[in-house]
Design a protein around this ligand. Structure first.
Ligand SMILES: Nc1ncnc2c1ncn2[C@@H]1O[C@H](COP(=O)(O)OP(=O)(O)OP(=O)(O)O)[C@@H](O)[C@H]1O
Ligand SMILES: [Mg+2]
Length: 276
C-alpha cells in the first residue's frame, strides 16, 4: 500500500504523471530599466522531473527563478503552475502553493542547531516561537531524523549550524527546503564553493529528491551537471538557446562557443575536479 512506505510519510509523494506539466513558462519577457533580462522565454517542466538550467553569466537564469517565485514581475508572458496562472500572485501565495527556492547563499540560522533548523523549517506556518512552544511531537521529531539522514547530517544534529562546513550548510538548507514540503524546488547554484566530493554528494541528494518532487537546478559546474544526468536547458541572453542531454550539448559547437567566456568560478572549480 503506497501510503505505508516510510518515504511516503516523510515526503508526501507527488507521483510523476506522464506528460503532465507542473510548470509552464510562456513567452516571458522581463525588463530592468529597459534592459531585457528575459526575452519571450518559454520553458515546460513535467511533474516529478529533474531539469538543469545552464548558461553563461548574465544569461537570465536567476531572473527566471525570480519570475517563477513572484519576486520579479514580467512585462509580458505567463507562468502557469498546475495549469493555473501564478504570474499575478504575491511571493507569499506562490510559496504557499508549494514552490520553494533555495538561494545561492545558505539561509540557515547560525545560532540554532542543525536539528532546530530543520524543526523551524518544518513549521513554517506557525513561526519560530510557536514551534518551540509546542515542542517536537514524536511524528515531527521522526520526520526531522529522516531529514537528517537524507542530507547526511545525523551525526551533527546537535551541533550549531554556525560550525558547519560550507557544503554541510548547503545540505542543511536543502533539508530545510524539503522540510517545508514543496512540490517544486528551485535550486540556484547549490554546489557553489563546494569540493568535488561535496558536489558529488549534492548530486546524489538532488537525484533522490526528484520524482517525489519536481526539481529545477541551476549550475555552472559541468561535472555536477553530468552527475545529475537530467535534461538540460541552455539559456543565453535571456532566451532558451538549446535543450538536450549533456552529450548532445557538448557536441554542439554553438553551445561550446557561448561558453568560451565562461565564468572564472566555473573554470576554477573544474580544475579542482580534475585534480581530485
Ligand atoms: N534587479 C536587477 N536590476 C537590473 N538588472 C538586473 C537585475 N537582476 C538581474 N539583472 C541583469 O539581468 C541579467 C540577467 O541576470 P541573472 O542574474 O538572471 O543572470 P544569471 O544567468 O543568473 O547569471 P549568473 O550565472 O552570473 O548567476 C544580467 O545582465 C543582470 O545584470
Ligand atoms: Mg544567477
Amino acid at each position: 500500500m503506497p501510503g505505508n512506505k516510510l518515504s511516503d510519510k516523510i515526503f508526501p509523494v507527488h507521483p510523476p504523471v506522464s506528460g503532465e506539466l507542473l510548470l509552464e513558462v510562456e513567452n516571458v519577457t522581463v525588463s530592468f530599466d529597459g534592459f531585457k533580462a528575459l526575452t519571450n522565454l518559454s520553458l515546460q517542466v513535467p511533474r516529478g522531473s529533474l531539469r538543469v538550467l545552464i548558461g553563461p553569466n548574465g544569461a537570465g537564469k536567476s531572473t527566471l527563478l525570480d519570475t517563477i517565485i513572484g519576486k520579479v514581475q514580467p512585462e509580458s508572458g505567463d507562468v502557469r503552475y498546475r495549469g493555473q496562472s501564478i504570474v499575478k500572485l504575491s511571493e507569499h501565495r506562490i510559496a504557499n502553493l508549494g514552490i520553494c527556492r533555495k538561494f545561492q547563499a545558505p539561509g540557515v540560522l547560525d545560532g540554532l542547531s542543525v536539528r532546530e533548523n530543520l524543526l523551524v523549517a518544518s513549521k513554517p506556518a506557525k513561526g519560530v516561537l510557536s514551534s518551540f512552544k509546542l515542542g517536537a511531537g514524536a511524528a515531527q521529531s521522526k520526520r526531522v531524523d529522516e531529514l537528517l539522514d537524507l542530507v547526511g547530517l545525523r551525526h551533527k544534529a546537535d551541533d550549531l549550524a554556525a560550525g558547519l562546513a560550507h557544503g554541510e550548510k548547503q545540505w542543511l538548507e536543502i533539508g530545510m527546503v524539503v522540510a517545508s514540503d514543496p512540490e517544486l524546488l528551485l535550486l540556484d547554484e547549490p554546489t557553489a564553493g563546494m569540493t568535488a566530493q561535496e558536489t558529488a554528494k549534492t548530486a546524489e541528494l538532488i537525484r533522490t529528491l526528484a520524482g517525489q518532487h519536481t526539481v529545477l537546478v541551476i549550475d555552472h559546474d559541468m561535472a555536477f551537471v553530468e552527475l545529475l544526468g537530467a535534461p538540460i536547458t541552455v539559456l543565453h541572453q535571456g532566451q532558451v538557446f538549446r535543450e538536450g542531454d549533456l552529450a548532445s550539448l557538448r557536441a554542439d559547437p554553438d553551445v561550446m562557443e557561448i561558453y568560451l567566456g565562461r565564468p572564472k568560478e566555473a573554470t576554477d572549480k573544474e580544475a579542482r575536479h580534475a585534480q581530485a
